[in-house]
Write a protein that binds this ligand. Structure first.
Ligand code: FES
Length: 247
């Protein structure tokens, strides 16, 4: 199988980048797209050229480390998947495959297809935790949590912070990500003592990082590998109003 890659190359955020073409043959349709890039990189290194930089870790859709645009869509043409879950069987022989980094001013380019998503870390640092100021953590089974609440909290905790929601949003909004982090802990009894400060602080940090506002177009929920829906944002907005009034 042969693919014609058109890949964004940029040494760092201070220099201008450009697309470069790479014709790669000898590929197998069972290979993942990241394996095809490994294959290309081996060849580039042999030729003493710079390898294409891209983020990855688990390559199983778990860690959220991978992520770039594939033919104009965050994580590629399929819905609710990660970049590492894209296989070459989703392309035809001799196809052109356009790869470019996530585009958002809050995600500056580090190199080629890698962007800096530490803005997400700074949002979590503002309250994506439960404080236990003295002693050890309480035995988990001593706090009863209804199944509905536990399931909801787990569905929010599933967010892997890949950034596809931001990249695909026309406003580069991080509302889906931030709402998942807020709802995950606010819906549990352990998270309720810090409910108001968590909600206000995470939203404030999201704005300080320069992410845009949500206009409910819903692009984010289509690309989210973890099926987090727009209703999560509505819940965050309600929590925010409640926190502002009652805090
Ligand atoms: S590399 Fe871990 S989700 Fe893709």
């Amino acid at each position: 199988m042969k693919l014609n890659f058109k890949i964004w190359r940029q040494d760092n955020s201070q220099v201008v980048g450009d697309f470069k073409n790479y014709e790669v043959s000898g590929l197998n349709e069972d290979m993942s797209l990241l394996e095809a890039l490994d294959y290309l990189n081996e060849d580039l290194v042999k030729k003493d050229e710079k390898a294409v930089a891209f983020d990855h870790d688990c390559r199983e859709g778990i860690c959220g480390q991978c992520g770039f645009f594939i033919n104009g869509r965050a994580h590629g043409a399929g819905n609710n998947q990660t970049t590492c879950q894209v296989h070459l069987r989703s392309f035809k022989d001799n196809d052109t495959v356009l790869l470019e980094p996530f585009r958002a001013s809050s995600f500056p380019i580090v190199k080629d297809l890698i962007v800096d998503r530490s803005s997400f870390d700074r949002i979590i640092q503002k309250g994506g935790f439960v404080s236990a100021n003295t002693g050890t953590a309480v035995e988990a089974n001593s706090i009863l949590i209804g199944k509905k609440d536990a399931d909801y909290s787990m569905s929010m905790a599933a967010c892997i912070g890949c950034g596809a929601c931001v990249a695909t949003c026309k406003n580069a909004s991080a509302a889906l990500f931030t709402s998942a982090k807020i709802n995950h802990l606010n819906s549990l009894p352990q998270g309720q003592p810090e409910e108001y400060s968590r909600t206000i602080n995470l939203v404030a940090q999201m704005e300080a990082e320069g992410f845009g506002h949500c206009s409910f177009t819903g692009a984010c929920e289509i690309e989210c590998p973890e099926h987090i829906s727009l209703s999560s944002i509505a819940k965050m907005n309600f929590s925010y109003m409640k926190a502002k009034i009652l805090n």
